[in-house]
Design a protein around this ligand. Structure first.
Ligand SMILES: Nc1ncnc2c1ncn2[C@@H]1O[C@H](COP(=O)(O)OP(=O)(O)O)[C@@H](O)[C@H]1O
Ligand SMILES: [Mg+2]
Length: 262
C-alpha cells in the first residue's frame, strides 16, 4: 500500500531485498510457481493490459498483456523504415520494466514518491506478468484514477497542488512521459488529507530518436510541455462530465474506472 505516510515503510522494504527480481527458473519449477489470475477479476483494464491484485501480496499488482481482439495495438515505432506488418507489437510491460528499473538505478527510493516500484516478471496462467506497487489509499482501498475522480465530480482546483508536486518531481528528475493522461494517474488519499499523484503508466519518450533523453534541458522542456497540455485537457473532460455510461458501454477498455478496490 502506498500513500504519503507509507513511503517510509516502503523504503525499508526495498532496502531489505532487491526490487528487480527476474524469475528465471527451470521449466519444472516455473510450472509449479505459476500464479493463478484467470479466475480473479482485474481491478483495472487498460487498452493493453489487465491489472490484478497480486494474490500473495496485496501491496502489489500484476499486469498482464491483453490478448483479446479488442485490445489497443500499438506497433513499435523503432524501425519506421520497415513496413508496419514487419514490425513487432509494442510490449508495454517490457518497456515499462526497463524504464522503471533505469529510474530506480538513477534516483533510488525517491521514485516511490510518485511512481510505482517494479519487481520484475512472474509467470501467470495469463502469461508473463509484471509486478508493480499497487497504489492504495490510507484506508487500504485501491486508489482511483484521476479519470474516475473527474467522473465523480471532484473539484480539480483542490488537487492542483498535488499535480504540481508530480510535475516538479518529473522535472527535477528529468523523467520523460508520453501524454499525461487522466487514466494513467492514480490519486492516493493520505490519512491526514494529503493527496499524491502516481504516474502508473505512460512514462518514457514517444520519440524514436531519444534526443530529449540525451540533453537534459531539452528533456525538461518536453516534460513541461506535457504538463502544460495535460491540465486543460483534464478541465475540458471535467466540463464534459467525465466518463458517461454510454462511453463506458461502447469502450473496449475500462476507461480508468476501477472494477473493484479490494
Ligand atoms: N499501480 C496501480 N495502482 C493503482 N491503480 C492502477 C495501477 N496500475 C493500473 N491501475 C489502474 O488500472 C488501469 C489500467 O492500467 P494501465 O497500466 O494504465 O493499463 P494500460 O497499459 O493498458 O493502459 C488504470 O487506468 C488504473 O485505473
Ligand atoms: Mg494506461
Amino acid at each position: 500500500m502506498i500513500g504519503n505516510e507509507d513511503i517510509t515503510s516502503q523504503q525499508a522494504k526495498i532496502d531489505e531485498k532487491s526490487p528487480l527480481l527476474m524469475m528465471d527458473q527451470d521449466p519444472q519449477t516455473a510450472a509449479n510457481n505459476i500464479i493463478q489470475l484467470a479466475n480473479a477479476t482485474p481491478f483495472g483494464v487498460g487498452g493493453r493490459r489487465a491489472c490484478y491484485v497480486h494474490p500473495d501480496d496485496a501491496s502489489k499488482c500484476i499486469k498482464v498483456l491483453r490478448q483479446d481482439a479488442q485490445r489497443t495495438v500499438r506497433i513499435q515505432k523503432k524501425g519506421n523504415l520497415f513496413p508496419r506488418s514487419w514490425r513487432r507489437e509494442y510490449d508495454n510491460n517490457a518497456h515499462e520494466e526497463k524504464l522503471l528499473s533505469r529510474i530506480h538505478a538513477q534516483i533510488g527510493s525517491k521514485m516511490l514518491s510518485h511512481l510505482p516500484m517494479c519487481y520484475g516478471f512472474v509467470s501467470t496462467d495469463l502469461g508473463k506478468g509484471l509486478v508493480l506497487d499497487l497504489i492504495r489509499d490510507h484506508d487500504g482501498k485501491i486508489s482511483r484514477s484521476l479519470r474516475e475522480w473527474i467522473t465523480l465530480g471532484i473539484d480539480l482546483e483542490s488537487i492542483k497542488p498535488a499535480f504540481m508536486d508530480l510535475g516538479n518531481f518529473l522535472i527535477e528528475h528529468s523523467i520523460l512521459t508520453r501524454h499525461i493522461l487522466d487514466h494513467n494517474l492514480a490519486l492516493s488519499l493520505g490519512r491526514s488529507g494529503g493527496r499524491t499523484f502516481y504516474l502508473i503508466d505512460g512514462i518514457g519518450d514517444a520519440a524514436w530518436l531519444p534526443l530529449a533523453q540525451w540533453f537534459r534541458p531539452l528533456g525538461r522542456l518536453k516534460i513541461k510541455r506535457k504538463l502544460d497540455a495535460a491540465w486543460p485537457r483534464f478541465k475540458a473532460f471535467a466540463i464534459n462530465g467525465g466518463v458517461t455510461d454510454q462511453l463506458k458501454e461502447n469502450s473496449s477498455w475500462g476507461q480508468g474506472i476501477l472494477q473493484h478496490r479490494d
